[in-house]
Structures are given as C-alpha cells and as structure tokens.
Design a protein around this ligand. Sequence first.
Ligand SMILES: [Zn+2]
Ligand SMILES: [Zn+2]
Length: 342
Amino acid sequence: MKAVVVEEFGGPEVLQVHEVERPIPGPDEALIRIKCCGVCHLDLILRSGMRSRVKPPRILGHELAAVVVEVGKNVRDFLPGDRVTSFNFQACGQCADCLRGRPSLCRQTLGDIGQTRDGGYAEYAVLLASNLVRMPDGMAFEHACFAACVYGPPYKAIRSVGKIQPGQTVVITGASGGLGMAAIQITNKLGARSIAITSNARKVDHLKALGAHEVVISADGAFGDEVRQLTNGRGADLVVELIGSPTFYGSLRSLAPGGRIAVVGELYGTPVEINLGLLIIKEFELHGVQSANREELQEVLQFMHKNSIEPTIWKTLALEQAAEAHRELANREVVGRVLLVP
Ligand SMILES: [Zn+2]
Ligand SMILES: [Zn+2]
C-alpha cells in the first residue's frame, strides 16, 4: 500500500510516499481503508521531532475516516463495509478510569494514533476495534474525520461542562483556530450567543459567516471589559478557553456570576493566579476538558450530522502532496482544515 512514512524527523520534505506492506489486523483489531485524513497542527510538531513518543519510521494522521475491510476474530461490533472514524488515542479499556467511562484519564494507553501507532496518512491502517466509532448514515467522510479532534473538545466544553441553553452567552478564545470555529458552530446550533475572541483582524468576516454573534479583536488578552459591555454588564455564562494562560485573566473577567470556564487548550504552560475569594463569592467553576470518549464522540457525530455542521475545508490534497499540506497548514492565513485523500 501507499503510505507517507516519516523515516526521519525534519521539515515538510521528509513526508514522502513509500510503498509498504499492508498491515494485518490482530484478533482485536480492524483493517480499515482510509477515505480521508485531516492534517492537524499536532502532526507538524510530531514530524519535526519535538514529541518524544514518536519513533520513526511512523505514519502520522489521527483525523481519519475509513471503511472497515477486515476484522480480527474477537471483533463483534464491526463488519466489513462499516463506515467509521476513530478516537485519537487508545486507552487500555481495563483500568479504573476506563471502566468508569473516563478513558481520557487512562494512564496505561496503548498508543496514540499517528504517534505510537501508525495512522491515516496511508491507504490502509490497522486500529483496535475499540477505537472505532460508526459514522451516522449519510454523513460525509470529510466531515466525520474531524469529529474527534476538532469538534469533540469544544462540544464537551459547551454541552457537558457549560450545559448551554438557548439565549445563554459563550465566549470563545482563539476563535479563528479550528476548535474555535467548531465552538462557534456548536454554540450557534444550540441557539446560544457566541462572542468570538481573536487576535487576527483578517479572520473577522469568516467568524461572522460561521455564526459568531460578536467578534472581539484582542491581541493582549484584555477583552473582559468588552465582553461585559456586550452583555449589559452581566458577563458570559461560559468561556471556552482554547488559548490558556495568555487569555485566562480576560476569560475570568468575562464571567457572569455562576459562570464556568472550560479549559480546552494551554499554549504555553505558564501558571496563572486566581483570587479564590472571587471564586467563592461568584461561584465560578473551572473545568479541564480532554478529548471526547466513545459515547461523547458518538454524540458529537450525531450532533454534527443532524445540525448539518460542516468543517471549513481549506484544501484537499493527495497523499503525494503531504509535504505541501504541512506547508499550507504552517501558513497562518489558512482558514479551516487541510485534508489528505489517498
Ligand atoms: Zn488533530
Ligand atoms: Zn485505562
């Protein structure tokens, strides 16, 4: 089969198509034929060698959608022909956290797709069947492939953490990134009001077109007062915090009494200070949000399909153009996702 194999770390030029053996599924695994695979910012980091878990040779790609070709003898949930997408990582399925339905907390992961296990920059892949989720009938592969990585965390932030109802207000930091745009779409479909925070003035029109009710341009993270003005002094019910420490104080300042912050991203790992008295008086809630689990991913897929939520696809390229795909994504003017199709 054809696959883009990272044989050594480096720039986009290390992404070359090779002819490799088609993998054979073990008893608990499935062989899948990749229909498409999103190119994630994480892939750029992995390719450069900054994440130690990847050991070349490795096939990148965790944002995949595929058709099941063959299943191992223990696999009961899937049949050849099933249309599937996957989680990004493989929890053990047996530890206390896995058993209580919190696989994102598993410490004994069997691997992350496209990191410690080969992923979707290829014609075929072998994954654990427990990592696959069936796509809704009629949903496009090029939409489903983004459910886990792009829509999963904001969905969890807005629905599970925020419990957002029509008419409530959601602030989204890092709104012009992939997760930010997904958060705007989800908020909009729930009938809630979104206030998108971005540092990039050139992306305002696109954010509005996606359904953002207000767009605040802020390069310094001090958008809290503006959010208060936009909400008649009350503040927002939820902040989807996608940037982390650089915007955290603005997020805190944006909150209405009883408001929640769902921290989905942290770009720098810089500690922040919180006045706990404020937390008590205002009954603020602070939540960390990891990737969606199986049930949540199923829900995300249904929600996207039912509400016709479609990711913005910037470009679709062939496997042979993987290097170009990485160059495109490194370019900050890209709006939306870059997709590889074998
Ligand atoms: Zn991703
Ligand atoms: Zn586990």
